[in-house]
Design a protein around this ligand. Structure first.
Ligand SMILES: Nc1ncnc2c1ncn2[C@@H]1O[C@H](COP(=O)(O)OP(=O)(O)OP(=O)(O)O)[C@@H](O)[C@H]1O
Ligand SMILES: [Mg+2]
Length: 247
């Protein structure tokens, strides 16, 4: 498997070395509140984040600290009260819904705690979907999806439906799908939260490894501090701000 990983998207890996410090995702002074009747929950309180091309960053934080909210805001799926999210140099916060969706489709992949695979489609069809949506022809999409599934160790499972896969295999399909279409950044929300610790470690290491090989930036929120070694840096979300994890 490591050989196929080594050969992943050499075009992108090459371009990364020329612009290794380029910011792909930036958040500046994000403020997000939820209002419930007369009370207000201050979730993001002037949060800043810079994610460089190919950088792998883990965000840890207690339940309710705002990790999922942060990912939704970074993906343009939720609004902010103030502050700006910039994706590949373009202001996403100011974009209209269609442009937000286009930016998301062009530059972002997602992995969720629950795989979110389409149950009536095979593994290879699930992974091919984002490539098709991005305008890839059917044959190319299926070919690329097969390659990605091979890289996550599922070459023998291409035609399986999600219900015919184990939990760890389903998450590996979800990882392959997130990387389909060559996004600049993969955002993952507790991607191993439903797996046993051994399988979780395998899936997390695989995700980090694939992102490294393909030059894809990787932002993951997790409760599990045992896996921080897979990342370039770790941050803690506390009081609505991101701080270095060891602070
Ligand atoms: N739509 C909403 N309306 C009102 N409050 C919300 C809404 N969504 C989230 N919250 C509140 O915002 C806070 C942050 O929620 P969020 O889901 O981002 O936390 P989290 O860090 O992802 O937690 P967990 O680790 O449990 O997934 C919580 O206190 C939550 O109750
Ligand atoms: Mg959450």
């Amino acid at each position: 498997m490591s050989d196929s990983l080594t050969n992943t998207r050499p075009d992108k890996a090459a371009s990364l070395s020329a612009a290794g410090d380029k910011t792909v995702l930036q958040a500046v002074s994000l403020v997000k509140q939820y209002r419930q009747g007369s009370s207000t929950i201050d979730v993001l309180q002037g949060l800043d984040l810079n994610l460089a091309a190919g950088e792998r960053v883990a965000v840890v934080g207690r339940s309710g600290s705002g990790k999922s909210t942060l990912l939704h805001v970074l993906a343009g799926l939720d609004t902010v009260d103030s502050g700006t999210v910039t994706v590949r140099g373009e202001n996403m916060t100011a974009a209209d819904p269609n442009r937000k969706a286009a930016l998301r489709g062009a530059h972002m992949g997602f992995v969720y705690q629950n795989h979110h695979l389409l149950p009536e489609f095979s593994a290879v069809e699930n992974v091919a979907m984002p490539i098709r949506i991005a305008g890839g022809d059917n044959r190319t999409a299926i070919e690329q999806a097969g390659e990605l599934l091979t890289q996550v160790g599922l070459a023998e499972r291409l035609q399986h439906l999600p219900s015919e896969l184990s939990g760890g295999e389903r998450q590996r399909v979800a990882v392959a799908r997130a990387l389909a279409g060559n996004p600049a950044v993969v955002l993952a929300d507790e991607p191993t939260g439903n797996l046993d610790s051994e399988t979780a470690a395998v899936v997390m290491a695989l995700m980090a490894s694939l992102c490294r090989r393909s030059g894809t930036a990787f932002l993951v929120v997790t409760h599990d501090v045992s896996m921080l070694g897979e990342f370039d840096r770790a941050l803690r979300l506390i009081d609505g701000q991101l701080l270095p994890y060891d602070n």
